[in-house]
Each structure stands twice: as C-alpha cells, then as structure tokens.
Write a protein that binds this ligand. Structure first.
Ligand code: FAD
Length: 834
C-alpha cells in the first residue's frame, strides 16, 4: 500500500506513525509545505515569552528522526496543489524552487490543518501584523520583540507596546508571554467577554486577573483599521480609540484549510470543514482526513462541529490510520475539552456550555460552586469557580467549566471523563477522588458540584440565577444570610440581613407563602437556610446559584449600588478630625497572612489586627481570596483607614492598610445606605442556652467588633451556660448545685440546638459543618469577641440561683447585675435579646 499524507504536523505525523506501526511494508510519504514537521505549535507562545528558552525543544521530530525511527519518507517544503481522484495522484510543488511533480497514491490522507482568519480590515496585511501558526511566525515575532526590547533597554526608545486582536486561547497566551517579556499589552475582543468558548461568568475572574497583571482589555471592540506610522502601527478601534503598537498579534480565530478538498470535489460539512464519517473517511473511499480541517459529531450537541484542538487531531489521525490499515475503528465524537493558562490562573471547559445548550434548545440546569483548589489550611490554594450543566430530569452531565488557580486541570479532566462516559450528577456525588490536603478536599470540588446538582434534580434545592437578576427577585423578600460584615461591605439592594445563625429564630413570624430569594457568598449558607426554611413550611424559596461570588461576575457592583440609589457612606476619616489619618510611615509594620481563608475570614482577621494596632501602623495583608480586591477598599473606607496599596500576588492580593484614627477604630452601621455619625455600641442579653442562638449572638458581636463598634454581652439564665468552663476547678457543692451542674450543659461545647438537636447529634453535625467551612467554633468566637474587647458579663443573680461560682466561668468574664446591664444598654445604639 502506498499512503500519501498531506500535512506533517499534529495529525499528519500521528497518522504516519500509527500507519507504520500497523503496516511495516507500506510506503508512507508525508508532504509538508512548511520547513518543519511534527513541531509543537502549542509551545510557540512560550518560546516568544522565553519560558521555553531552547527553540529546538519545539521540534519534536525531524524528517531524519522520522526516517530513522519509522522509515517515513518526509518531504518538507513540498506543497500539494491538486488531487486527481480518478488517476489517484496528487500534484506536488517544491516550495523552494517552484518545480512540480506528480505523486501517485493508493490511499490519501488530508491533514492540512487550519489557517488564521484575517478579517477584512484596512492594513491587516501590514508587515507589523503577525499571526502565530508556524515556527516561522514565531521566529518573526520573537526577532521583532527582541529587537524592540533591546532598544528599550538601551534607552533608545520607550516601552514596547503590543496589541493582541482576539481574546481566545492563543491571544491570551500571547498577552501573557508578551507581558512576561516586559511589553505593554492591550487585548481587544469583539465579544462582550474574553475566552468566548466559556460561559460569561467563568470568563470574568480570568479577565480581572488579566487586568490585574497589567494588560489592557477592550471588550465589544474590534480593530477598525491599522496604519503604519514612523515608529510602528496605529490600531484604530471600532470605538475610535487609537492604540499605538510596535507589534500587533492577530489571533481572531482559524478556519479549516479545505481548498484542496473543495477543488477535488470532496464533500464539505455545514461549518465548512471536510466532511468525514466515523472512520475519518471523506466522501471519496480512498481519501481520509483528520485534524483542524475536518468537522466531527459533538459528544453533547447535535450535528457536527469544527474543533481546532490538538487532542482530537491526534486521536482522529490514529483512527484514520487504523482504518487505512484495514482495522475497523470509530471516532465517535469531539467534546471540545480545552484549557488555558493566563498568568497564575487556569481556565477551561468540556462538553457544552450553557450558551450552546440554549442556542441548541436543549433543556438543562446549571449549578455554580466556588470551593478551594485544595484544603484551605494547606498553603497555596485559592477559590475555584466551577460550573456544570446537566439534564434536569436524568441528571446527565452535559458540560463543565472551571476557572481558578490550583487543581483546575484535574477537575476539568474528571469532568471531561464524566461527559465522555455519559455520567450523571449522581455519579459525580459518588466519585472517589484522590485526596490529601496539598491536593484537594475530602469532599472534592467535583463531589461538591455533584451534591448541589443532585439536590436540584431531586427537588431538594431550587436555584435562582445572577444572570436573571433583577427579574429573579421581583416581588420576593431578598434575604442575605451572610454575616453583618459581609453585608456591610456590599449587599443586594433591598436585601435584609438575617445571618444564618439567627435565621431559625427570626423566621418564626414570617409569612410562609411570601416568595423568598436567599443568597450568601458562595451558595452554601443560603442552602442551609433554604433547607431550614423549607422544613418550616416556606413554599416559594430559591437560593442564588454560586452566591454573591457568581453574582459579581454578572453585575458591576457599582451599577447595582447605583440602582439602589443609596446615600453615600460618609467616611469617619473625612468627617471627624479624631479619626484623621496618621502621617505616613510613623507607625509599626504588621504582617498578616490570610491566604487560604475564604470571605469573611480575611476581613475578620484584618479587623482584629487593626483593633490591636495603633493609629499610623501599617498592616501588610496577604490574601488569596480574589473578592478581597473589592471588599478591602470598602472595609477600609467604612472604618476610616487608608488603603496604601493593593497589588496582585499569586492567586490573590497583597494590600498595605494604614490604620487611621487616634486609637479607636471608626465604624459604620452594617446597613448600606445609612450614613455614619459615630462609633456604635451594642448590648446583648443572652438568655438562651441553645447553641445556634448563642452562635448567632457571637457572630453578630464579632461582626460589630470588626466594624469598630463596642459590644457588651450580658449572660443570664440558660445563656450563662455558654460561659461555663468545660473542666472547672473542683469545689464543694451543695446537693442542689450538684444536681444543676449535672443537668446543665458544661460550657460552649455542650450546648444543645434549639431544633434538630437529635439527641446531641445536631450540634455535632453543625460543629463539623462549621469546621469544614472554616466558620470559627463557639469557643473560638467567644475568645475572639473577648480578645476584640467585648465585655462578657455573667449575671450574678443567675449564678446564685443555679449554684455557679466565678471559678466555674471562663477567664475574663465580669460579674454584674441588672444595673450593670441597664447602664450598658442606655449607652447602646442597638440592644438585642437572644
Ligand atoms: P497542523 O498541526 O496545523 O498541521 C497542518 C500542516 O499541514 C501544516 O504544517 C501545513 O503547513 C500543512 N499543509 C497545509 N496545506 C498543505 C498542502 N497543501 N500541502 C502540504 N502541506 C500542507 N491545541 C490544543 O489542544 N491545546 C493547545 O494548547 C494549543 N495551543 C496552540 C497554540 C498555537 C500557537 C497554535 C497555532 C495552535 C495551538 N493548538 C492547541 C491547536 C493545535 O495545534 C491544532 O489543533 C493541531 O495542530 C491541529 O493539527 P493538524 O495536523 O490538523 O494541523
């Protein structure tokens, strides 16, 4: 058999190698019009960025190595210009001298790949405009960049400026690598998001990261014209802005190379690629095709599609070779699994996106989760954004997308496997995945997505979506179950703040028929709230998929705030000389590591550190939660401090915050829209000894302290049990006191739940859940409130009645009576009875 292959890179080289392994006697000729075969085109951007320093490492094979290892006849600089299907010959042109010859074949394989789309824009063919497909393109871009950077380093010119047209995978890889070399980069994109193959909300965190690394991003903007200038090129945008560029990279997509096939009368598919059957055979029984030039059936979506990706190209080539060599192998489908690194972030997807499902009219549901890449307490992790789409009835997984920092690739690959195997969200719940703290969590993000999606399919959870806001909350009560600090920094207009810990108590008199739309930061606390309300008879309940984290990807917070038309929050530092900022550099430097902590952890820690600091001290805080970039300025402003700097660092940020004021922290009431007039004081009567109620009291107390307010807590009757020591010093007790001490909970760890106590199982479960989600335990909350300056007052009358001695109570608890409490309450702006 004589096999002729047109194109010798990904698919061509794979096809030739597989054919040789199956047929030792075949004559195999590879005709490649370029000067290199089997090179790593996916590595090209990284050599420009000098991440891959050795150019030769990109040349995976050479004609000589392929001859030696596989006895292949590889002819570079040989272009096939025509196919004669009747004579079974191809016309070959020697690129270097233009001479032509004819080569016969028994079987012909077309793997000509794709070519860059050059939109019909004036100036698109100017020499400074580069595409990146081949080694030669890479060499030209690198030579130009090296020259410009050397001149800049020698002071002969200013900074090097590059414009990247197109924010797809290759465009973003180029943006990163150009930035890496020190160029100033602007990325322009016609769509309203970067990474068009992903759903909008997954692209937004990557876009923020791209901007944070210094790249300019211009969305819904095209290049209107390119003009040569004395020093480079002017790129005129469709919005009439003109960007000056020394280098323009055109990465506006690719189209399949089908000219040969078309001229030979081979059938093309609806998307313009070469039509093939599942054996990779074209409409001619002796001509096969594989790679970027073909269209293949989708794994999830109906019909065929183009998928210019290296994995499918290689697998299609293998299938074609097997069938050429007499085997019966099928290429069933392409699901479009893809991934990209953008600076420290990674993003990708597999299967169908929600946008594609909608366009195809396929019924589906979506869930969003935001777990850490690995255990939060092990260094080096950050929040991940994971979305899956699935059949609402069967739960079959239709697609998944992930964006984040650590562990994105493995989650994508698990999802890709699940999509390929037709697995359901119930299967995702069950998957047993590798876990140790540096790699994941005992409940892997894939399991978490499975749990949430399975809840939706089973009817245990109903979601509302940020994308549908504000219609999704119309006519409903919006309940924000986050902490007062989180609520204070930002909340949805009209939302009521009912922290989860107090929800069960507060909802007692709510009308169960009123529509309620819940939300929290990522969707977990609102899910707990949802279940609590559902079981109390609430009928029209929905919780926000992915919480405020997903919401922020859909809506500019400023727009939402503007919609609420809330009055501006006055800053203490501006209105009270008492809180005037201390002069620069007079204070101590404090280093605070909040990496691995999810919201509100960093803000709580920052508040603690600020409370302990003196005016003028500078706190350098390291955070891996990207939401900190929005939260920190708001918190700083509300508390009268100064944000000295906020810089990207790894997955998150490093911020320097200078404490304002003359010792006492400024505060704001945790209700957006309220203008601030002075530091508040809060009094609590903690009467209840129920774990959930005491937790609520301490969460609110800590929140108030974090906002710079004063807190005084009076513990009476059953509430006093929360302050009891677990192991008090032994002492003589009267019979009645002994009986009480046996019957009553011995401290914060022993309190029952107000409902669902389940003979003590409820508190254990809630404590474990809190631990997993890094919510501090009750003893930790008590300690933090005390350390933050809260007065914890034990009611002496209760102590007498129940036979509690001062030595039975925690260190630092003051003793007092009703008068003490009333004194505190009279000075307070808020008094709560819990
Ligand atoms: P190609 O590898 O492009 O090979 C086609 C060859 O055919 C070319 O060398 C061409 O010169 C030759 N040819 C065309 N017409 C003729 C003719 N008439 N006669 C002779 N020879 C001809 N994919 C991923 O999955 N992940 C990535 O990270 C990734 N990164 C990429 C980065 C870059 C910069 C580029 C350019 C591509 C990247 N891709 C990536 C895409 C991937 O490289 C392609 O999907 C894959 O190479 C397709 O293989 P192919 O054989 O069909 O085409």
């Amino acid at each position: 058999m004589k096999l002729v292959i047109v194109g010798g890179v990904a698919a061509g080289a794979s096809l030739a190698a597989r054919a040789r392994r199956l047929d030792e006697r075949a004559e195999i000729i590879v005709l490649e019009r370029g000067h290199h075969v089997s090179f790593a085109n996916c590595g090209l951007p990284y050599h420009i960025g000098e991440v891959i320093t050795d150019r030769s490492r990109l040349l995976v094979q050479t004609p000589e190595s392929l001859r030696e290892a596989l006895d292949l006849d590889v002819r570079t600089a040989h272009e096939v210009t025509a196919i004669d299907r009747v004579a079974k010959t191809v016309t070959v042109r020697r690129v270097d001298d233009g001479t032509e010859y004819t080569e016969s074949y028994d079987e012909l394989a077309l793997t000509p790949g794709a070519e860059a789309i050059r939109p019909p824009i004036p100036g698109i063919d100017l020499p400074g405009v580069h595409v990146l497909r081949r080694m030669g393109d890479m060499d030209a871009i690198k030579a130009r960049l090296d020259g410009l950077l050397s001149a800049a380093a020698a002071g002969e010119r200013g900074p090097v400026r590059a414009v990247v047209i197109g924010a797809g995978y290759i465009g973003l890889e180029m943006a990163e690598n150009l930035r890496h070399r020190g160029a100033e980069v602007d990325v322009i994109e016609l769509a309203d998001q970067i990474l068009p193959p992903l759903d909008h909300e997954l692209s937004v965190p990557v876009e923020s990261h791209l901007r944070s690394r210094g790249a300019g991003v211009h969305l819904e903007t095209g290049a209107a014209a390119l003009r040569e200038t004395v020093s480079g090129l002017d790129v005129e945008l469709t919005n009439h802005t003109v960007l000056h560029a020394d280098l323009v990279i055109l990465s506006a997509g690719v189209r399949p190379n089908t000219e040969l096939a078309r001229k030979a009368g081979l059938e093309l598919g609806p998307h313009g690629g070469i039509a093939v059957d599942t054996h990779m055979r074209t409409s001619d029984p002796h001509i096969w095709a594989a790679g970027d030039s073909v269209e293949t059936p989708g794994t999830v979506l109906p019909g065929t599609a183009l998928a210019p990706l290296a994995g499918p190209a290689n697998r299609q080539a293998r299938v074609a070779a097997e069938n050429i060599c007499g085997r019966d192998t099928e290429y069933r489908s392409t699901q479009g699994t893809s991934i990209v690194k953008v600076f420290d972030m990674v993003a990708g997807g597999t299967g169908a996106t929600q946008r594609q499902l909608r366009a195809a009219g396929i019924p589906h549901r979506a869930v969003h989760v935001h777990p850490s890449g690995h255990a939060g307490y092990y260094p080096g992790t950050a929040m991940m954004h994971l979305k899956i789409v699935f059949d609402p009835h069967t739960g079959r997984l239709l697609g998944g997308q992930v964006a984040g920092f650590d562990g994105v690739d493995k989650r994508l690959d698990v999802l890709a496997t699940a999509v390929r195997m037709g697995m359901t969200v119930f299967d995702l719940e069950e998957l047993e995945l590798a876990y140790a703290p540096p790699f994941g969590s005992a409940k892997d993000p894939i399991n978490m997505a499975g749990f949430v999606a399975a809840n939706v399919v089973r009817g245990d959870l109903e979601l509302w979506y940020a994308e549908d806001y504000p219609a999704a909350v119309e006519g409903a009560r919006i309940i924000d179950v986050r902490t007062p600090e989180e609520y204070g920094i930002w909340h949805l207009p009209g939302a009521e703040n009912v922290p989860l810990a107090s929800l069960r108590t507060v909802c007692g008199d709510w009308d169960t028929a009123t529509p309620i739309r819940l939300y929290c930061a990522v969707g977990f606390r609102s899910y707990l709230a949802y279940r609590a309300l559902r079981q109390r008879g609430f009928t029209d309940l929905k919780t926000l998929s992915g919480g405020s984290t997903t919401f922020r990807a859909w809506h500019e917070l400023d727009d939402v705030d503007a919609a609420a038309q809330r009055p501006p929050i006055e800053n203490y530092a501006e209105s009270h000389s008492l809180f005037a900022l201390a002069p620069t550099g007079v204070g101590a430097s404090i280093d605070l590591d909040c990496t691995g902590l999810a919201c509100p952890g960093p803000i709580m820690k920052l508040a603690e550190a600020a409370a302990a600091a003196s005016a003028g001290d500078e706190i350098t805080v390291h955070v891996s939660d990207p939401g900190f970039a929005t939260d920190a300025p708001a918190w700083v402003k509300r508390n009268g401090h100064e944000l000295v700097s906020l810089e990207p660092e790894g997955p998150g940020y490093v911020a320097v915050i200078r404490k304002g004021g003359a010792g006492s922290m400024a505060s704001a009431r945790p209700v957006a829209g309220a203008s601030v007039s002075g530091p508040g004081k809060n009094s609590f009567v903690v009467f209840s000894g129920d774990l959930d109620k005491v937790l609520a009291a301490f969460i609110i107390a800590n929140g108030a302290l974090a906002m710079g307010e004063q807190v005084s807590m009076f513990f009476t009757f059953w509430g006093l049990n929360a302050l009891r020591r677990e192991r008090p010093p032994r002492r003589q007790k009267k019979l009645m006191d002994r009986m009480f001490s046996v019957m009553m909970p011995s401290g914060a760890n022993d309190l029952p739940l107000s409902t669902m106590n389940l003979a003590g199982m409820g508190p254990v479960m809630i404590t474990n859940v809190m631990k997993q989600h890094k919510v501090p335990s009750l003893p930790e909350l008590i300690a933090s409130a005390h350390a933050g300056g809260a007065r914890l007052i034990g009611c002496t009358m209760t102590m007498d009645l129940l036979g509690i001695a001062p030595s039975d109570l925690l260190d630092g608890v003051e003793l007092g009576g009703v008068a003490t409490f009333l004194g505190e309450a009279s000075e307070s702006t808020t008094t709560l009875f819990i």
